[in-house]
Design a binder for this molecule. Structure first.
Ligand SMILES: [Mg+2]
Length: 332
């Protein structure tokens, strides 16, 4: 099974907003990631080009409506002027064995690797072994960051970060060790490794609470969950913390837009998490935005509509219903 694209009728409310084409995509991942094997979502076309709206299925209509706002922005609005034309990116290492982790990093061309840890399927010793393999692949000058996806308590985080740091040699930062802002702040006081907030920014009622509480040294920003490039840019400005732009496991369309967010940041000191099209077995764009020598170009993606098919009525019906819910929530 490879990438599939289907065309949906554009609802009147989206026609009114300037949308003239609407596609559903579905693409298998090369490796299980974020507990999914297949990625699917919507691509919206309008006067500015293509936008992407691909909230995960466990997100409700209210949360997903920010992703629709981002898709509409991509299709209908101009983007902020880029301050750079390439964005350094990190390799992403899922919960895989050390041999595979080594291969992913060595073949990436990236000088920075983000390693998933604290997965329920993995143990701390396995996480350490994965980090040792990544350090071996990167060499002493490479940067390694870990992402725990809010899996730890404060005490677990303090203990695990110490061990993982020893295994990695050095850690650039630890991303979202615990779920709550208060716990992030507590961990930050107890470890030397910088703390980055991800879920506490993009899934929070108030994306600035982390910055106000002094709970993080850096923030991860994602264009789709924050309602688009311009809204995400405003969050970074108001937070006043260094930011790393990351993908929401987008296709090349979302990656191209996220690259414009990274390109518009006044300061960009860290590699961004925008090399994730490597996790897809195919892409929707004519020329996929894949990293070369550890960076991606800042450009928007054009969707290759030559492969649009008909047939998967269940997938189309699911997305049509979800889109209706997102539109309701957006207008509410
Ligand atoms: Mg994360």
């Amino acid at each position: 099974m490879t990438l599939i694209l289907h065309r949906l009728p554009v609802p009147a409310r989206l026609v009114d907003r300037g949308i003239d084409d609407l596609l559903v995509y579905r693409v298998p991942l090369t490796v299980r990631f974020r507990r999914i094997d297949v990625r699917d979502g919507l691509l919206l076309h309008g006067p500015a080009g293509w936008g992407e709206t691909s909230p995960f299925w466990d997100y409700d209509a209210a949360e997903s409506s920010a992703w629709l706002r981002a898709g509409l922005e991509g299709a209908t609005s101009s983007l902020p002027d880029p301050l750079r034309d390439r964005i350094p990116v990190n390799a992403t290492v899922p919960v895989v064995d050390p041999g595979q982790a080594h291969r992913i990093v060595a073949s990436s061309g990236c000088a920075t690797a983000k390693v998933k840890v604290a997965d329920p399927r993995s143990r701390l010793s396995a996480d350490c072994a994965r980090l040792e393999a990544v350090r071996d692949a990167l060499g002493p000058d490479g940067r390694i960051r870990i992402d725990a996806n809010a899996a730890w308590t404060v005490d677990e985080a303090v203990a695990a970060i110490g061990e993982l740091r020893r295994a990695a040699g050095e850690l650039e930062y630890a991303e979202q060790p615990c779920p709550s802002v208060a716990d992030l702040a507590a961990v930050r006081r107890r470890v030397d490794v910088p703390i980055a907030a991800d879920e506490s920014v993009r899934r929070a009622e108030d994306p600035l609470a982390v910055a106000r509480a002094g709970a993080a040294d850096l923030i991860i920003v994602k264009a789709q969950p924050l309602g688009g490039v311009r809204r995400a840019l405003r969050v970074v400005e108001e937070a006043g913390l260094p930011a790393i732009v990351s993908s929401a496991l987008d296709t090349g369309v979302g990656i191209g837009l996220a690259a414009h967010l990274a390109a518009a940041l006044p300061r960009l000191d860290h590699a961004c998490g925008l090399a994730t099209t490597r996790l897809f077995t195919g892409d929707v764009t004519e020329a996929s935005i894949t990293p070369e020598n550890g960076s991606i170009p800042v450009r928007r993606a054009e969707v290759d509509t030559s492969g649009v098919q008909t047939g998967d009525e269940e997938l189309c019906a699911r997305w049509a219903a979800r889109l209706a819910e997102m539109m309701e929530a957006l207008d509410a």
